[in-house]
Design a protein around this ligand. Structure first.
Ligand SMILES: NC(=O)c1ccc[n+]([C@@H]2O[C@H](COP(=O)([O-])OP(=O)(O)OC[C@H]3O[C@@H](n4cnc5c(N)ncnc54)[C@H](O)[C@@H]3O)[C@@H](O)[C@H]2O)c1
Length: 361
């Protein structure tokens, strides 16, 4: 077996998600090797706790953290508004950057990220990790198998628990709002399903339950130049959650439960071919059924999402593997920077369509 040369890395922002990166990137038994060498956080107590738990040198100062000569990669998992600027600082210090989503929150961030992408080729990677959710990967395999035919319409939904979310992620002055929190995940997945340049974006954002001033309900529709239509919905105010994915192709449909454990499919027998038919200008010959084909050979089934591991653990492992392969084995990173930047562009369009919110920047 080929020897794996460890990537020495540091994490800036060791909060909820930063701690997961510390844990998963150094976990053993995977096709990658990382060594955590430094941690940075503005909260001294948390910094100390995390350094004791995961190892690595604790640094309260970002400049001192970046000056660590052995650190090759920096994962930036600070608050959203700091992401683009922190990425710029880390790149200027000669580091490779893996940047958390939302990679940018403001129009200035968008411009900065475009410049960084140009100025630091091969150094800037974007953490659109839910591209690797098992259910989303399974979904793409099912679509590629052709059983649903040509994808025409899809709905991607994140229905959070019904709650008055009240942390910094629900304040616009902190870069919060579901457009920033879950928007990047669903827009990224939506663009993958669209499979063509975006022709039009329609959106409506609302603040329904949160005591913050940010959006806790997002509805968007993306249409592609190929005629596909993808609806996206993120909500903290749905008491009866709907499916996570609803897909309609021209040979069948699929739903995936909100817990992303099970798919339900109904599709035409793959051997079935439509007989010739034409629409008649006259009145229907009989009452009731109005179609050309009274009997259709449907197949209905449920399928388990695989692997049956925690999707959150799985996406960490996938990102760590892809980054490792990109840096050590010259395998292209599957999240193209242009795709991630397109997510930010669309976010900017949505903000302009929803000026009742006091967007910053
Ligand atoms: N990709 C994903 O699936 C995913 C999941 C959760 C969160 N996130 C993103 O990660 C970011 C962090 O989210 P979180 O839930 O971990 O938040 P959090 O508040 O739990 O963690 C943020 C951490 O950054 C630290 N921090 C803040 N400013 C800092 C600074 N200037 N320098 C150093 N440290 C600083 C805080 O003390 C805190 O420990 C957010 O942008 C969020 O959108 C991504």
């Amino acid at each position: 077996m080929k020897e794996m040369i460890p990537i020495k890395f540091g994490v800036c922002g060791v909060g909820r998600i930063g701690a997961q990166h510390c844990r998963h990137f150094v976990s053993e038994g995977n096709d990658y090797a990382y060594e955590l060498v430094a941690l940075c956080d503005a909260d001294p107590e948390r910094l100390q706790d995390m350094a004791e738990k995961f190892g690595g040198k604790p640094c309260a100062d970002f400049g001192e953290f970046l000056a660590d000569p052995q650190m090759e990669v920096v994962i930036i998992a600070t608050r959203s508004l700091d992401h683009a600027v922190n990425a710029e600082q880390a790149l200027a210090a000669g580091k490779i950057v893996l940047l958390e989503k939302p990679i940018g929150v403001t129009a200035a961030d968008y411009q900065l990220l475009q410049r960084l992408d140009r100025d630091y080729p091969g150094k800037l990677f974007f953490m659109h990790n839910l591209r690797f959710q098992p259910a989303f990967m399974n979904l793409q395999e099912i679509l590629a198998s052709g059983v649903l035919g040509d994808l025409r319409v899809a709905k991607l939904c994140k229905h959070h628990d019904f709650m008055r979310r009240n942390d910094w992620q629900m304040r616009l002055d902190c870069g919060g709002g579901q457009l920033s929190v879950w928007g990047p995940h669903l827009i990224d997945q939506g663009l993958q399903l669209l499979g063509a340049p975006v022709r039009e974006v329609w959106s409506d954002l609302q603040s329904i339950l949160t005591p913050g001033d940010a959006d806790d309900q997002v509805k968007m529709i993306l249409s592609g130049t190929n005629g596909r239509v993808i609806e996206l919905e993120i909500s903290n105010s749905v008491a009866l959650p709907g499916p996570s994915y609803t897909i309609h192709g021209d040979r069948g449909s699929l739903t995936c439960d909100q817990d992303q454990k099970t798919f339900h499919l109904k599709y035409l027998d793959p051997t079935f071919r439509w007989p010739e038919a034409r629409a008649d200008a006259g009145s229907p010959v009989s009452k009731g059924y109005l179609g050309a084909d009274p009997e259709l050979p449907w197949i209905e089934e449920t399928r388990k999402v695989t692997p049956e591991t925690s999707p959150w653990d799985q996406v960490e492992i996938e990102i760590a593997t892809h980054l490792y392969n990109s840096l050590r084995n010259a395998v292209p990173f599957p999240i193209k920077n242009a795709d991630a930047l397109e997510v930010v562009r669309i976010t900017e369009v949505v903000k302009k369509q929803n000026l009742k919110f006091q967007w910053i920047g």
